[in-house]
Design a protein around this ligand. Structure first.
Ligand code: FES
Length: 174
């Protein structure tokens, strides 16, 4: 259950006032703002948005699932984005992804049990000459091999003192 629908009201009031009704063209901006506040889009929030705007839940869900920027599940404290755009895919994104997922003991698209990392696949990160590329939060790492990808994750954990994540790491293949 989402305990803080107050946050919803805070966000929603910026999109309406007593004079004007909510317009469908505001749906994406309000969803972006709600996601910024909650970190993802809880079902209760989508339901409340539907009640307040009169837009069917199915229609809101259509928008949420169409755009990859929206999340229906909470994410970890850190996001690892693995590029599966054409250049990265051709040069070995899959092997890089396998190495990272083994290192963090998580499936692609999921969050580690300790909630420290979410690992997701994305389309082009815009630096194809560095393929294969990942981003750990805002840091870009390029020309990776499975080994250097694992190294980037370990280095990030050391730098951030993520002891819990280290304990989660999978030692398979080492
Ligand atoms: S395809 Fe990966 S950065 Fe462009």
């Amino acid at each position: 259950m989402c305990k803080c629908l107050d946050l919803f009201d805070d966000v929603f009031k910026d999109f309406t006032d007593s004079q004007t009704a909510f317009e469908e063209s505001q749906l994406i901006p309000v969803l972006q703002k709600l996601q910024e506040k909650y970190g993802y889009l809880p079902q209760e929030v989508i339901k409340r948005l539907s009640e307040k705007t009169g837009i069917f839940v199915s229609k809101i869900m259509g928008v949420v699932t169409f755009y990859s920027q929206f999340r229906l599940q909470p994410v970890g404290d850190n996001i690892v984005r693995i590029c599966f755009g054409t250049a990265c895919h051709v040069i070995g994104a899959e092997n890089v992804a396998d190495a990272i997922c083994r290192e963090l003991d998580v499936k692609l698209g999921d969050t580690t049990q300790d909630k420290l990392f979410t690992v997701e696949s994305v389309a082009c990160l815009g630096c194809c000459s560095l393929a294969p590329v990942i981003m750990i939060n805002d840091e870009t790492h390029g020309r990776l091999t499975p080994d250097t990808a694992r190294g980037a994750i370990k280095e990030f954990m050391e730098k951030s003192s993520l002891k819990g994540a280290e304990a989660q790491s999978c030692n398979e293949g080492k």
